[in-house]
Design a protein around this ligand. Structure first.
Ligand code: PMP
Length: 395
Protein backbone atom coordinates (compact mmCIF):
# COMPACT_ATOMS: atom_id res chain seq x y z
CA UNK A 1 0.00 0.00 0.00
CA UNK A 2 1.38 3.42 -0.89
CA UNK A 3 2.13 5.91 1.86
CA UNK A 4 -0.89 8.21 2.04
CA UNK A 5 1.30 11.09 3.27
CA UNK A 6 3.16 11.18 -0.06
CA UNK A 7 -0.11 12.49 -1.52
CA UNK A 8 -0.03 10.06 -4.43
CA UNK A 9 -3.80 10.43 -4.85
CA UNK A 10 -3.39 14.17 -5.36
CA UNK A 11 -0.46 13.72 -7.76
CA UNK A 12 -2.67 11.42 -9.87
CA UNK A 13 -5.36 14.10 -10.07
CA UNK A 14 -2.78 16.70 -11.08
CA UNK A 15 -1.49 14.37 -13.82
CA UNK A 16 -5.05 13.99 -15.11
CA UNK A 17 -5.39 17.77 -15.28
CA UNK A 18 -2.05 18.05 -17.07
CA UNK A 19 -3.04 15.39 -19.61
CA UNK A 20 -6.30 17.21 -20.31
CA UNK A 21 -4.33 20.47 -20.78
CA UNK A 22 -6.26 22.00 -17.85
CA UNK A 23 -3.45 22.42 -15.30
CA UNK A 24 -2.79 26.07 -14.51
CA UNK A 25 0.45 27.68 -13.35
CA UNK A 26 -0.01 31.03 -11.64
CA UNK A 27 2.26 33.80 -12.91
CA UNK A 28 3.98 36.35 -10.66
CA UNK A 29 3.72 40.10 -11.10
CA UNK A 30 6.97 41.86 -10.26
CA UNK A 31 5.28 45.06 -9.14
CA UNK A 32 1.86 46.66 -8.81
CA UNK A 33 -1.13 45.64 -10.85
CA UNK A 34 -1.07 48.30 -13.58
CA UNK A 35 -2.40 48.64 -17.14
CA UNK A 36 1.06 47.63 -18.30
CA UNK A 37 3.17 45.63 -15.90
CA UNK A 38 6.17 43.36 -15.49
CA UNK A 39 5.34 39.66 -15.24
CA UNK A 40 8.15 37.19 -14.52
CA UNK A 41 10.55 39.90 -15.73
CA UNK A 42 8.71 40.67 -19.00
CA UNK A 43 6.67 43.84 -19.66
CA UNK A 44 3.17 43.25 -21.02
CA UNK A 45 -0.10 45.10 -21.48
CA UNK A 46 -2.35 43.76 -18.75
CA UNK A 47 -5.79 42.63 -19.93
CA UNK A 48 -6.27 40.13 -17.08
CA UNK A 49 -7.17 42.34 -14.15
CA UNK A 50 -10.56 43.25 -12.68
CA UNK A 51 -9.04 46.57 -11.65
CA UNK A 52 -11.64 48.27 -13.88
CA UNK A 53 -11.02 51.83 -12.75
CA UNK A 54 -7.27 51.63 -12.18
CA UNK A 55 -7.84 52.18 -8.43
CA UNK A 56 -5.67 49.38 -7.01
CA UNK A 57 -2.45 51.38 -7.29
CA UNK A 58 -4.02 54.85 -7.12
CA UNK A 59 -2.11 57.39 -4.94
CA UNK A 60 -5.29 58.45 -3.10
CA UNK A 61 -6.10 54.84 -2.11
CA UNK A 62 -2.51 54.20 -1.00
CA UNK A 63 -2.42 57.41 1.08
CA UNK A 64 -5.75 56.47 2.72
CA UNK A 65 -4.39 52.99 3.55
CA UNK A 66 -1.31 54.44 5.22
CA UNK A 67 -3.39 56.91 7.24
CA UNK A 68 -5.73 54.11 8.35
CA UNK A 69 -2.79 51.96 9.46
CA UNK A 70 -1.35 54.85 11.45
CA UNK A 71 -4.69 55.48 13.17
CA UNK A 72 -5.98 51.91 13.66
CA UNK A 73 -2.98 49.58 13.19
CA UNK A 74 -2.40 46.71 10.79
CA UNK A 75 -5.09 44.24 11.84
CA UNK A 76 -8.67 44.16 13.13
CA UNK A 77 -7.73 41.96 16.12
CA UNK A 78 -10.51 39.37 16.10
CA UNK A 79 -13.89 38.64 14.59
CA UNK A 80 -16.03 41.76 14.80
CA UNK A 81 -18.77 40.33 17.08
CA UNK A 82 -16.05 39.64 19.68
CA UNK A 83 -13.59 42.54 19.46
CA UNK A 84 -16.14 45.03 18.14
CA UNK A 85 -16.16 47.21 15.06
CA UNK A 86 -13.50 49.79 14.49
CA UNK A 87 -15.00 53.20 13.74
CA UNK A 88 -13.57 52.88 10.24
CA UNK A 89 -15.73 49.76 9.61
CA UNK A 90 -18.85 51.67 10.67
CA UNK A 91 -17.83 54.60 8.49
CA UNK A 92 -17.44 52.35 5.42
CA UNK A 93 -20.78 50.60 5.92
CA UNK A 94 -22.61 53.91 6.37
CA UNK A 95 -20.96 55.34 3.25
CA UNK A 96 -21.77 52.24 1.17
CA UNK A 97 -25.43 52.38 2.29
CA UNK A 98 -25.64 55.98 1.01
CA UNK A 99 -23.82 55.04 -2.22
CA UNK A 100 -26.10 52.05 -2.86
CA UNK A 101 -29.24 53.94 -1.72
CA UNK A 102 -30.12 51.10 0.68
CA UNK A 103 -31.06 51.10 4.37
CA UNK A 104 -27.96 49.27 5.53
CA UNK A 105 -24.79 47.44 4.47
CA UNK A 106 -22.62 44.71 5.99
CA UNK A 107 -19.04 44.25 4.80
CA UNK A 108 -17.43 40.80 4.54
CA UNK A 109 -13.76 39.95 3.96
CA UNK A 110 -14.38 39.01 0.32
CA UNK A 111 -17.15 38.77 -2.23
CA UNK A 112 -16.87 35.00 -1.95
CA UNK A 113 -17.41 35.15 1.82
CA UNK A 114 -20.34 37.46 1.30
CA UNK A 115 -22.17 34.91 -0.86
CA UNK A 116 -21.08 32.07 1.43
CA UNK A 117 -22.46 33.92 4.46
CA UNK A 118 -25.59 35.54 3.12
CA UNK A 119 -27.38 32.86 1.06
CA UNK A 120 -27.36 30.26 3.82
CA UNK A 121 -28.44 32.79 6.44
CA UNK A 122 -31.54 33.93 4.56
CA UNK A 123 -32.82 30.51 3.42
CA UNK A 124 -33.70 27.31 5.25
CA UNK A 125 -35.25 23.86 4.78
CA UNK A 126 -38.57 24.24 2.97
CA UNK A 127 -37.26 27.09 0.78
CA UNK A 128 -36.01 27.06 -2.81
CA UNK A 129 -32.88 28.77 -4.16
CA UNK A 130 -33.40 29.39 -7.86
CA UNK A 131 -30.19 30.29 -9.66
CA UNK A 132 -29.20 31.29 -13.20
CA UNK A 133 -27.17 28.35 -14.55
CA UNK A 134 -24.16 30.62 -15.21
CA UNK A 135 -23.99 32.16 -11.74
CA UNK A 136 -20.58 32.50 -10.13
CA UNK A 137 -18.96 29.65 -8.17
CA UNK A 138 -19.31 31.54 -4.87
CA UNK A 139 -23.10 31.62 -5.37
CA UNK A 140 -23.14 27.90 -6.12
CA UNK A 141 -21.02 27.16 -3.03
CA UNK A 142 -23.03 29.59 -0.91
CA UNK A 143 -26.24 27.81 -1.95
CA UNK A 144 -24.68 24.43 -1.11
CA UNK A 145 -24.29 25.59 2.50
CA UNK A 146 -28.03 26.17 2.76
CA UNK A 147 -30.56 23.52 3.73
CA UNK A 148 -32.96 24.88 1.10
CA UNK A 149 -33.61 22.98 -2.16
CA UNK A 150 -31.66 24.22 -5.18
CA UNK A 151 -32.67 24.53 -8.83
CA UNK A 152 -31.36 26.39 -11.86
CA UNK A 153 -33.02 28.12 -14.80
CA UNK A 154 -31.48 28.42 -18.26
CA UNK A 155 -29.12 31.34 -18.63
CA UNK A 156 -31.11 34.61 -18.71
CA UNK A 157 -34.10 32.68 -20.07
CA UNK A 158 -37.14 34.36 -18.52
CA UNK A 159 -39.57 31.82 -20.00
CA UNK A 160 -37.63 29.04 -18.28
CA UNK A 161 -37.52 30.98 -15.01
CA UNK A 162 -41.30 31.46 -15.16
CA UNK A 163 -41.80 27.76 -16.05
CA UNK A 164 -39.91 26.68 -12.90
CA UNK A 165 -41.83 29.19 -10.78
CA UNK A 166 -45.20 28.13 -12.19
CA UNK A 167 -44.46 24.43 -11.70
CA UNK A 168 -42.91 24.57 -8.24
CA UNK A 169 -43.65 27.84 -6.40
CA UNK A 170 -46.47 26.32 -4.31
CA UNK A 171 -44.16 23.56 -2.98
CA UNK A 172 -41.95 25.98 -1.05
CA UNK A 173 -42.16 28.53 1.72
CA UNK A 174 -39.75 31.20 0.47
CA UNK A 175 -38.10 31.27 -2.94
CA UNK A 176 -34.85 33.18 -3.49
CA UNK A 177 -34.02 34.04 -7.12
CA UNK A 178 -30.29 34.68 -7.54
CA UNK A 179 -28.49 36.16 -10.50
CA UNK A 180 -25.13 37.65 -11.34
CA UNK A 181 -25.67 41.31 -12.28
CA UNK A 182 -23.05 41.02 -15.02
CA UNK A 183 -21.97 37.52 -16.01
CA UNK A 184 -18.26 37.34 -15.38
CA UNK A 185 -17.14 35.17 -18.29
CA UNK A 186 -19.39 36.61 -21.04
CA UNK A 187 -19.99 40.20 -19.93
CA UNK A 188 -23.76 40.14 -20.56
CA UNK A 189 -26.10 41.96 -18.17
CA UNK A 190 -28.84 40.10 -16.24
CA UNK A 191 -32.43 40.82 -17.27
CA UNK A 192 -33.04 42.25 -13.84
CA UNK A 193 -36.29 44.16 -14.59
CA UNK A 194 -37.94 40.94 -15.86
CA UNK A 195 -36.53 38.93 -12.95
CA UNK A 196 -37.92 41.46 -10.46
CA UNK A 197 -41.32 41.40 -12.16
CA UNK A 198 -41.47 37.61 -12.03
CA UNK A 199 -40.33 37.69 -8.40
CA UNK A 200 -43.12 40.14 -7.56
CA UNK A 201 -45.68 38.08 -9.49
CA UNK A 202 -44.73 34.83 -7.71
CA UNK A 203 -43.90 36.41 -4.34
CA UNK A 204 -40.19 35.53 -4.35
CA UNK A 205 -37.10 37.29 -2.96
CA UNK A 206 -34.40 38.61 -5.33
CA UNK A 207 -30.64 38.54 -4.90
CA UNK A 208 -28.20 40.14 -7.37
CA UNK A 209 -24.43 39.71 -7.28
CA UNK A 210 -22.97 42.95 -8.60
CA UNK A 211 -19.32 41.85 -8.46
CA UNK A 212 -18.70 42.95 -12.05
CA UNK A 213 -21.18 45.82 -12.04
CA UNK A 214 -20.06 47.70 -8.90
CA UNK A 215 -18.03 50.65 -10.14
CA UNK A 216 -19.02 49.81 -13.72
CA UNK A 217 -22.79 50.12 -14.31
CA UNK A 218 -25.27 52.72 -13.07
CA UNK A 219 -24.67 56.33 -12.02
CA UNK A 220 -21.05 56.53 -10.76
CA UNK A 221 -20.87 52.73 -10.76
CA UNK A 222 -23.74 52.13 -8.33
CA UNK A 223 -24.50 48.79 -9.99
CA UNK A 224 -27.30 47.03 -11.87
CA UNK A 225 -30.11 48.08 -9.51
CA UNK A 226 -29.27 51.71 -10.26
CA UNK A 227 -28.66 50.98 -13.97
CA UNK A 228 -32.23 49.66 -14.29
CA UNK A 229 -33.68 52.08 -11.71
CA UNK A 230 -34.95 49.25 -9.53
CA UNK A 231 -34.17 50.84 -6.16
CA UNK A 232 -36.27 49.31 -3.39
CA UNK A 233 -37.31 46.29 -5.49
CA UNK A 234 -34.27 43.97 -5.05
CA UNK A 235 -33.97 42.35 -1.62
CA UNK A 236 -30.23 41.58 -1.50
CA UNK A 237 -27.53 43.37 -3.49
CA UNK A 238 -24.06 41.92 -3.24
CA UNK A 239 -20.94 43.74 -4.35
CA UNK A 240 -17.23 43.14 -4.33
CA UNK A 241 -14.66 45.66 -3.20
CA UNK A 242 -11.91 43.74 -4.97
CA UNK A 243 -12.59 44.58 -8.60
CA UNK A 244 -13.50 48.14 -9.69
CA UNK A 245 -13.11 49.39 -6.13
CA UNK A 246 -9.54 48.10 -6.32
CA UNK A 247 -8.96 46.60 -2.87
CA UNK A 248 -10.53 43.48 -1.30
CA UNK A 249 -13.80 42.56 0.40
CA UNK A 250 -17.48 42.18 -0.32
CA UNK A 251 -20.72 43.64 0.98
CA UNK A 252 -24.41 43.00 1.11
CA UNK A 253 -26.79 45.95 0.88
CA UNK A 254 -30.45 45.69 1.84
CA UNK A 255 -32.99 46.28 4.58
CA UNK A 256 -31.69 47.08 8.09
CA UNK A 257 -33.44 43.97 9.44
CA UNK A 258 -31.47 41.80 6.97
CA UNK A 259 -28.19 43.33 8.04
CA UNK A 260 -29.06 42.90 11.74
CA UNK A 261 -29.78 39.21 11.04
CA UNK A 262 -26.53 38.70 9.10
CA UNK A 263 -24.58 40.20 12.02
CA UNK A 264 -26.02 37.33 14.07
CA UNK A 265 -26.05 34.50 11.51
CA UNK A 266 -23.65 35.37 8.67
CA UNK A 267 -20.98 32.80 9.42
CA UNK A 268 -17.93 34.49 7.81
CA UNK A 269 -18.86 37.63 9.79
CA UNK A 270 -19.13 35.58 13.00
CA UNK A 271 -16.09 33.35 12.55
CA UNK A 272 -13.51 35.20 10.42
CA UNK A 273 -11.57 38.30 11.44
CA UNK A 274 -12.80 41.63 10.08
CA UNK A 275 -11.25 43.59 7.24
CA UNK A 276 -7.89 45.26 7.87
CA UNK A 277 -8.00 49.02 8.56
CA UNK A 278 -5.77 49.69 5.53
CA UNK A 279 -8.19 47.93 3.17
CA UNK A 280 -11.16 49.73 4.70
CA UNK A 281 -9.40 53.12 4.49
CA UNK A 282 -8.63 52.62 0.79
CA UNK A 283 -12.17 51.50 0.02
CA UNK A 284 -13.69 54.56 1.71
CA UNK A 285 -11.44 56.73 -0.49
CA UNK A 286 -12.45 54.79 -3.62
CA UNK A 287 -16.17 55.20 -2.91
CA UNK A 288 -15.66 58.92 -2.27
CA UNK A 289 -13.87 59.20 -5.62
CA UNK A 290 -16.78 57.52 -7.38
CA UNK A 291 -19.27 59.82 -5.65
CA UNK A 292 -17.23 62.92 -6.59
CA UNK A 293 -17.14 62.35 -10.32
CA UNK A 294 -17.96 60.04 -13.22
CA UNK A 295 -14.53 60.63 -14.74
CA UNK A 296 -13.34 57.08 -14.02
CA UNK A 297 -16.45 55.21 -15.15
CA UNK A 298 -16.64 57.37 -18.31
CA UNK A 299 -13.01 56.56 -19.16
CA UNK A 300 -13.64 52.84 -18.54
CA UNK A 301 -16.59 52.76 -20.95
CA UNK A 302 -14.79 54.86 -23.55
CA UNK A 303 -11.81 52.46 -23.52
CA UNK A 304 -14.04 49.38 -23.52
CA UNK A 305 -16.05 50.60 -26.55
CA UNK A 306 -12.85 51.53 -28.38
CA UNK A 307 -11.22 48.12 -27.86
CA UNK A 308 -14.34 46.05 -28.50
CA UNK A 309 -15.14 47.83 -31.73
CA UNK A 310 -11.61 47.20 -33.03
CA UNK A 311 -11.70 43.52 -32.05
CA UNK A 312 -15.04 42.84 -33.70
CA UNK A 313 -14.03 44.71 -36.90
CA UNK A 314 -10.99 42.39 -37.00
CA UNK A 315 -13.37 39.44 -37.00
CA UNK A 316 -12.85 38.08 -33.47
CA UNK A 317 -15.86 36.46 -31.81
CA UNK A 318 -16.60 38.74 -28.82
CA UNK A 319 -19.76 36.86 -27.81
CA UNK A 320 -22.71 38.63 -26.21
CA UNK A 321 -20.81 41.07 -24.01
CA UNK A 322 -22.53 44.36 -23.12
CA UNK A 323 -19.89 45.52 -20.65
CA UNK A 324 -16.10 46.10 -20.51
CA UNK A 325 -15.60 42.31 -20.13
CA UNK A 326 -14.51 41.32 -23.65
CA UNK A 327 -14.29 37.58 -24.25
CA UNK A 328 -12.50 36.45 -27.39
CA UNK A 329 -14.07 33.06 -27.90
CA UNK A 330 -11.77 30.51 -29.52
CA UNK A 331 -13.55 27.19 -28.87
CA UNK A 332 -11.05 24.39 -28.32
CA UNK A 333 -9.41 24.59 -24.87
CA UNK A 334 -5.86 23.84 -26.03
CA UNK A 335 -6.10 26.49 -28.75
CA UNK A 336 -7.29 29.13 -26.26
CA UNK A 337 -4.34 28.30 -23.99
CA UNK A 338 -1.91 28.47 -26.95
CA UNK A 339 -3.45 31.79 -28.05
CA UNK A 340 -2.85 33.27 -24.60
CA UNK A 341 0.79 32.03 -24.57
CA UNK A 342 1.51 33.54 -27.97
CA UNK A 343 -0.14 36.81 -26.98
CA UNK A 344 2.13 37.00 -23.96
CA UNK A 345 5.17 36.53 -26.20
CA UNK A 346 3.75 39.38 -28.30
CA UNK A 347 3.48 41.61 -25.19
CA UNK A 348 -0.15 41.10 -24.00
CA UNK A 349 -1.04 39.41 -20.72
CA UNK A 350 -4.51 37.89 -21.07
CA UNK A 351 -5.41 34.70 -19.26
CA UNK A 352 -7.08 31.76 -20.96
CA UNK A 353 -10.45 30.73 -19.53
CA UNK A 354 -11.39 27.12 -20.14
CA UNK A 355 -13.62 24.35 -18.79
CA UNK A 356 -14.80 24.04 -15.99
CA UNK A 357 -14.92 27.86 -15.63
CA UNK A 358 -16.78 28.04 -18.97
CA UNK A 359 -18.65 25.25 -20.81
CA UNK A 360 -16.54 22.70 -22.77
CA UNK A 361 -15.68 23.85 -26.29
CA UNK A 362 -16.02 27.56 -25.46
CA UNK A 363 -12.40 28.20 -24.40
CA UNK A 364 -11.48 31.85 -24.65
CA UNK A 365 -9.24 34.62 -23.54
CA UNK A 366 -11.08 37.23 -21.51
CA UNK A 367 -9.91 40.79 -22.08
CA UNK A 368 -10.50 43.18 -19.22
CA UNK A 369 -10.11 46.72 -20.50
CA UNK A 370 -9.75 49.30 -17.73
CA UNK A 371 -9.87 53.07 -17.24
CA UNK A 372 -6.12 52.83 -16.60
CA UNK A 373 -5.26 51.87 -20.18
CA UNK A 374 -4.15 54.52 -22.64
CA UNK A 375 -5.39 54.39 -26.24
CA UNK A 376 -1.77 53.76 -27.28
CA UNK A 377 -1.63 50.65 -25.04
CA UNK A 378 -4.94 49.42 -26.42
CA UNK A 379 -3.69 49.95 -29.98
CA UNK A 380 -0.57 47.92 -29.22
CA UNK A 381 -2.75 45.17 -27.76
CA UNK A 382 -4.93 45.19 -30.90
CA UNK A 383 -1.79 44.89 -33.05
CA UNK A 384 -0.64 41.87 -31.05
CA UNK A 385 -4.10 40.24 -31.35
CA UNK A 386 -4.04 40.87 -35.11
CA UNK A 387 -0.59 39.31 -35.53
CA UNK A 388 -1.24 36.22 -33.38
CA UNK A 389 -4.85 35.85 -34.57
CA UNK A 390 -3.66 35.68 -38.18
CA UNK A 391 -0.77 33.32 -37.34
CA UNK A 392 -3.21 30.92 -35.67
CA UNK A 393 -5.93 31.28 -38.34
CA UNK A 394 -8.38 32.68 -35.81
CA UNK A 395 -9.12 35.70 -38.00
N1 PMP B 1 -19.20 37.00 -7.39
C1 PMP B 1 -18.85 37.11 -8.69
C2 PMP B 1 -19.91 37.20 -9.72
C3 PMP B 1 -17.48 37.15 -9.04
O1 PMP B 1 -17.11 37.27 -10.32
C4 PMP B 1 -16.51 37.07 -8.01
C5 PMP B 1 -15.02 37.17 -8.31
N2 PMP B 1 -14.52 36.32 -9.24
C6 PMP B 1 -16.94 36.94 -6.70
C7 PMP B 1 -18.29 36.92 -6.41
C8 PMP B 1 -15.95 36.82 -5.58
O2 PMP B 1 -15.46 38.07 -5.26
P1 PMP B 1 -14.10 38.25 -4.46
O3 PMP B 1 -12.98 38.10 -5.44
O4 PMP B 1 -14.20 39.62 -3.89
O5 PMP B 1 -14.08 37.20 -3.40
Amino acid sequence: MSNIHEMGFIKEKIDELKQAGLYKEVVTLDGPNEAECSINGKMAINLSSNNYLGFSNHPRLKKAAIEAIEKYGAGAGAVRPIIGNMKIHDELEALLAVFKKEEAVLVFQSGFNCNAGTIQAVTEAGDLILSDELNHASIIDGARLSKAKKATYKHSDMADLERVLKETRSEYNNVLIITDGVFSMDGDIAKLPEIVELAEKYNCMTYVDDAHSSGVLGHSGRGTVDHFDLHGRVDFTIGTLSKAIGVVGGYVAGKKVTIDWLKNRGRPFLFSTGMTPSAVGSIIEAIKMLMESEEYTDKLWDNARYFKEKMSVLGFNTGESETPITPIIIGEEAKAIEFSKKLFEAGVFVSPIVFPTVPKGTGRVRCMVTAGHTKEQLDRAVDAFTKVGKEMNII
